[in-house]
Ligand binder design. Structure first.
Ligand SMILES: [Zn+2]
Length: 465
């Protein structure tokens, strides 16, 4: 009976999922790979060298190699510090062109490895912190060109560099990109699967695939894409991942070993405005996003009383886990607002409109251990701002991380933070540089995530995360 209900639902899902995001391009959504120049971001070699030096210089640190990246064979590292009862899992740079989380994590790991303050002692006693700095080494180092003896061109991109073959899955999943002039690759933050025992779609389990009609500008770009859906009660979890990338599997293994109470993932987004900040509008330094379940469903930006909860929130997240997630995100927004100079801009944190994303780290993994989730979307893709932008992004992230450890060490449930305050954080506004024609958008849902404008995708809840 349940199977029949599921199949019926799949048929309708295919029709409703139009104008979904494309990952055909190599870089941020539809765009070209990003030129990091000789920027301040570590190469994979430098990252490995610095982590090994940290491990060798501090007994507090343990370093392990989880896996090797698909294309370059570069190590994917896991670093642990602390011996406390509250477990925190942090991943950075799952999108290769979003490097600041990695750099901020390195700063924090160094501080925790070598610092001698009461605050650090309390953190190490209370927390066990597990970090995967740079989940996607191939994307981080994509297209290094050293054909000139003095200049090194370094590009980066969102996806890994892994081809798809029909041996891997019945259809090429929608989140596999095949750019014209570069290796194909997966968007790793679409590759997770809610089922722990998932080993591909078993034979005879029915048709779990739906066809997504992508609306291209011409016939050639309007090809069909396919998404895997998972059965859930009388509905589906749309666009689930297939665990096809070794990088994704490495994160899953790390997550279950860490058994986290809190799970944090760091991303970049375009430059977005702080709503109602005047004219010209003030940029928002960071958007935060909590993952939450039915207990807060009516607060979801895309709440629809007639739709199943799994389409706009996460039915597997308990009220208690949801509440801690709201608190953690609020804590970081408050901590940044209270941080004075050199940048007043820290008092501009916005909220990224949450909707469940069934191939993502947060929505698929958090429910498995009751982890309260948090997503950072630091403002500014790597190619959009210069070195001052780098300093600001790094510092905002570092403050967020540091204040998180400090607060969790003092109060593991963050019971002093008001969960409801999360919904008072303004939803992020329009993308800077876009026309303001959507300014009049009235509903919370259409305002969420800048209405999707300028993100290379149609209106919708997912954005670049
Ligand atoms: Zn991202």
């Amino acid at each position: 009976m349940q199977r029949r209900g599921f199949l019926t639902a799949v048929a309708s899902v295919g029709a409703s999922l139009t104008a979904v995001g494309s990952v055909r391009g190599a870089g941020t959504e539809d765009e070209e790979p990003i030129d990091l120049g000789a920027g301040p971001y570590r190469t994979n070699e430098q990252l490995t060298r610095d982590l090994q030096a940290l491990d060798a210089s501090s007994e507090r640190i343990s370093l392990r190699e989880l896996a090797q990246s698909t294309g370059r064979g570069d190590p994917i590292h896991e670093v642990q510090v602390g011996e406390g009862e509250t477990n925190v899992h942090l991943i950075t740079q799952i999108h290769g062109d979003e490097p600041v989380g990695t750099e901020a994590a390195l700063l924090e790991l160094r501080r925790l490895a070598h610092g001698n303050t009461e605050e650090i002692d309390r953190t190490l006693d209370a927390l066990t912190l597990t970090v995967i700095p740079r989940v996607n080494p191939d994307g981080a180092m994509y297209a290094t060109d050293t054909d000139d003896d003095s200049e090194t061109e370094r590009l980066s991109r969102r996806q890994n560099t892994q081809g798809w073959s029909s041996d891997a899955s019945q259809y090429e999943p929608y989140y596999h990109a095949t750019p014209d002039d570069g290796p194909p690759g997966y968007d790793l933050n679409r590759d997770f699967n809610i089922r722990t025992d998932f080993e591909g779609v078993p034979d005879g389990e029915g048709d779990w695939w739906s066809q997504l009609e992508r609306e291209g500008e011409d016939e050639e770009s309007s090809e069909a894409e396919w998404a895997l859906n998972m059965p859930y009660e009388n509905g589906t979890l749309s666009k689930s991942g297939l665990l096809l990338a070794p990088e994704t599997s490495a994160v899953v293994d790390s997550f279950f070993r860490a058994d986290p109470d809190y799970a944090i993932t760091h991303h970049h987004q375009g430059l977005a405005t702080l709503p109602e900040s005047g004219s010209p509008p003030e940029p928002s330094v960071l958007s935060v996003m909590a993952a939450f379940g039915p207990a807060y469903e009516e607060r979801a930006p895309y709440y629809d009383a007639d739709a199943p909860v799994e389409e706009y929130a996460n039915p597997f997240l308990s009220a208690e886990t949801s509440e801690r997630s709201l608190r953690l995100n609020t804590l970081v927004a408050d901590a940044l607002a209270e941080t004075t100079g050199p940048w007043d801009a820290f008092d501009s944190v916005t909220r990224y409109g949450y909707s469940s994303l069934w191939g993502s780290y947060l929505d698929t993994l958090c429910p498995r251990t009751g982890a309260a989730g948090m997503l950072y979307e630091i403002a500014g893709q790597s190619d959009e701002v210069g070195s001052r932008g780098f300093g600001l992004k790094l510092e905002a992230t570092r403050v967020g991380f540091k204040e998180t450890w400090k607060a969790l060490a003092a109060d593991p449930d963050l019971s002093s933070v008001d969960a409801e305050s999360y919904f008072e954080i303004p939803l992020k506004g329009e993308d800077l540089g876009e026309t303001t024609e959507n300014e009049a958008a009235g509903s919370e849902a259409s305002a969420a995530n800048g209405g999707g404008s300028g993100l290379g995708i149609g209106p919708g809840p997912v954005g670049t995360r």
